[in-house]
Design a protein around this ligand. Structure first.
Ligand code: MG
Length: 158
């Protein structure tokens, strides 16, 4: 059986702090407003994985009301979600991710993000599509108020 999942997340910038995207700390004037480390790439990816198996969403698994997850490295959340997928007998065929950001420029960071995500997904980088786009200055990402991410995954039980 194959299963498809989609995920979306958006986070607002805040003054100061670290900007972590796909496990990579990206130099920027702003960090993310979030309960966790605010890694919006990993959050969208987790939701896609959970969605593929109808396991709810990241907020149900890791409530932002819980002190346990305050400031947590989102890679820990991703690895947990990957373990849930494995426990159900599924593995990743491929993932495809689009980061929507006017700023900062991300192209130079994508290969490192791809390698990190592939490691946590227990797959190879050639199965992790990762792209960044702007919205030509339109909307909240275009005004540099935050970053949004779309993720799609395909799983199989082979
Ligand atoms: Mg989030």
């Amino acid at each position: 059986m194959i299963r498809i999942g989609q995920g979306f997340d958006a986070h607002r910038f805040r003054e100061g702090g670290r900007l972590v995207l796909g496990g990579v700390t990206v130099p920027h004037t702003h960090g993310m407003e979030a309960h966790s480390d605010g890694d919006v790439v990993i959050h969208a990816l987790c939701d896609a994985l959970l969605g593929a198996l109808a396991l709810g969403d990241i907020g149900q698994h890791f409530p932002d009301s819980s002190e346990e997850y305050a400031g947590i490295d989102s890679r820990i959340l991703l690895r947990h979600v990957v373990s849930l997928v494995g426990e159900r007998g599924f593995r990743l065929v491929n993932a495809d991710i689009t980061i929507i950001a006017q700023a900062p420029k991300l192209a130079a960071h994508l290969p490192q993000m791809q390698a990190i995500l592939a490691a946590d997904l227990q797959t190879t980088p050639d199965r992790v599509g990762l792209k960044a786009t702007t919205t030509e200055h339109m909307g909240f990402t275009g005004r540099k108020e935050g970053i949004a991410v779309l993720a799609v995954v395909l799983l199989d039980d082979a």
